[in-house]
Design a protein around this ligand. Structure first.
Ligand SMILES: Cc1cc2nc3c(=O)[nH]c(=O)nc-3n(C[C@H](O)[C@H](O)[C@H](O)COP(=O)(O)OP(=O)(O)OC[C@H]3O[C@@H](n4cnc5c(N)ncnc54)[C@H](O)[C@@H]3O)c2cc1C
Ligand code: FES
Length: 509
């Protein structure tokens, strides 16, 4: 950032301590970098003001003890070390030493980066060989965390994808809309893996696990031995089973290859039909509208996303998309695709040069099933993310874990949960005994409107709406028996963070 683009006071010149109340925050700059000052009693911390995930403004975040949480997607940074202690941020923010004299605070030269997370002693000897099946959110976060924990043994990461681990949420948002270059999509550059001694093997299909000899078996017949194994095979899109679904312009969206194919088609398409009105379907609709393609959404629901966000927010989402030109065909489904025509159940027909099916995903549990792991609509894990078979853990979209907040065993398909589970699994593979207690969180983006959701409410008996949904300033509380199970919000970021803290504290009691 150039010096003339920074804002706030020059912190190298000093600011009056009195300007910063206890617990307060102030954003200024040191040279050409934005710096966040936080006062905690007599201590003052100075860290980079931009979140390392998507540059969320940490100055608008929430300070809890000696951490600051990002308002956008709830990453958390240690104010003393800058370390990213909670996903979705994985890289630290910079830190500056702070001096106080004559009633003023001065930010000095930026510290050299030394911080590495280290949980201290583990129980027993660390394993020699860790194998991770899956190069997605959970698998990547686990590998990255293992190295941050100074794990010295071997890490082999096996992925049947042809791309390095990517920022999957971007595939239905800015990248698909044409607003983000492809360089932004990988989570890390290729060099990261060799520099960190992570043996990432792409286009490798793991077909079975020999739990006795502790080896995974690849499609080419070779074996990879493990001392600890993390299964992070994620989920795959449910495929359309109607006549004509196998045509090349009928797509699903999970991988970078899927996304590139949709983008290629979108370059010449004039009209797209999106099947499904949940998160992926509607984000795809928004991205295609940004490309000025006519978009029709066909879905069996009466109101989009009603099951997750309730009827009022669902109705808002529908009208938001309608205002952007999306045409809905609700309480309807596609029954066949013939040439460029999508036939609807109600007898109607829609012309389309591109069809994207976002009709749900199913967890990829075949490997776990063949290995004899306990399954229940996903791979069953305990609070340590251990499966029913020794030395095998599971994380991400495939894992069903005991959620201490809802008191239920749940499985969700959220990016932040997958990453945080990968991180907890990493610690537990090293012999720590960390329970997975994070409050589930997801976000979804529709045009310029972000929807944040903390907690988990499959069913609720009361929905309390604070603010104005149509005015894009609201917080919805999903309650059961008087207890808040989840909170959805639009532009109420601090309250969303506060709700997360309350849920964490409730579960800890
Ligand atoms: C387009 C899109 C947008 C999304 N947007 C959001 C969002 O905005 N917010 C949000 O919270 N969530 C979002 N999600 C969901 C989020 O991406 C997932 O919850 C998350 O990726 C799950 O991580 P995972 O590691 O469990 O699985 P994945 O990321 O799917 O990774 C699974 C990995 O396992 C590999 N694999 C599977 N089987 C095998 C095998 N047998 N052998 C070798 N490798 C194998 C796959 O190739 C892949 O690398 C989105 C998902 C998609 C598809
Ligand atoms: S921008 Fe901070 S968590 Fe995403």
């Amino acid at each position: 950032m150039a010096q003339d683009q920074v804002s706030g006071p020059d912190l190298a010149q000093g600011v009056a301590l009195a300007e910063l109340a206890d617990g307060g925050k102030l954003v200024g700059h040191a040279g050409d970098e934005q710096v966040l000052l936080v006062r905690r009693g007599t201590e003052v911390f100075a860290v980079g003001a931009d979140c390392t995930h998507y540059h969320g403004p940490l100055g608008d975040g929430l300070v809890i003890d000696d951490t600051v949480r990002c308002p956008w997607h709830h990453a958390c940074f240690n104010l003393r070390t800058g370390e990213a202690v909670r996903a979705p941020a994985l890289s630290p923010v910079a830190c500056w030493p702070v001096e106080q004299h004559d009633g003023k605070i001065f930010v000095r030269e930026k510290r050299e980066r030394s911080a590495m997370l280290h949980h201290g002693k583990t129980q027993g000897k660390a394993p020699d060989k860790i194998v991770i099946v899956g190069g997605g959110a959970a698998g990547f976060a686990a590998a990255e965390r293992l190295r941050r924990e100074r794990y010295q043994g071997s890490i082999v990461m096996l992925s049947n994808d042809d791309a390095w681990p990517i920022d999957r949420p971007n595939l239905s948002k800015d990248y698909l809309a044409g607003n983000a270059p492809e360089e932004w999509v990988p989570l890390r550059p290729e060099s990261f893996y060799s520099e960190n001694g992570i043996e990432l093997r792409l286009k490798v299909n793991v077909i079975s696990i020999d739990v006795r000899s502790r080896e995974v078996v690849l499609a080419n017949g070779s074996q990879v031995p493990y001392d600890r194994l993390l299964l992070a095979t994620g989920a795959e899109p449910v495929r359309l089973s109607i006549p004509g679904a196998d045509q090349p312009y009928v797509r699903t969206l999970r991988t970078l290859t899927d996304c590139r194919a949709i983008i290629e088609r979108a370059k010449t398409a004039r009209r797209a039909v999106v099947l499904g009105a949940s998160f992926i379907g509607l984000e795809v609709a928004a991205a295609l509208r940004t490309r000025s393609i006519e978009v029709h959404v066909v879905a069996p629901d009466k109101t989009p996303m009603e099951r997750i966000l309730g009827p009022q927010m669902g109705d808002f989402v529908r009208s938001l998309h309608a205002d952007h030109g999306v045409v809905f065909h609700l309480e309807n489904t596609a029954s066949a695709i013939d040439g460029k025509q999508v036939t609807l159940k109600d007898g109607g027909a829609l012309e389309a040069d591109l069809v994207v099916a976002g009709i749900g995903v199913r967890p990829r549990t075949e490997l776990a099933e063949r290995a004899g792991l306990t399954l229940d609509r996903g791979v069953v894990v305990n609070a340590y993310l251990e499966t029913s078979v020794p030395a095998i853990l599971a994380a991400g979209d495939i894992a069903r874990w005991p959620d201490p907040h809802s008191g239920e065993s749940i499985r969700v398909e959220h990016w932040v949960v997958a990453e945080r589970q990968g991180q907890t699994a990493a610690l537990n593979m090293l012999g720590h005994r960390e329970t997975f207690t994070a409050v589930p969180f997801f976000w979804s983006q529709h045009y310029d409107i972000p929807i944040n959701y903390v907690g988990h409410a499959e069913k609720w008996d009361e929905l309390v709406i604070d603010g104005d949904i149509a005015g894009k300033d609201c917080l919805l509380r999903f309650k059961r028996n008087g207890r808040v199970l989840a909170v959805a919000s639009i532009f109420r970021d601090v309250e969303s963070l506060q709700a997360e803290v309350v849920m964490e504290r409730d579960a800890a009691v």
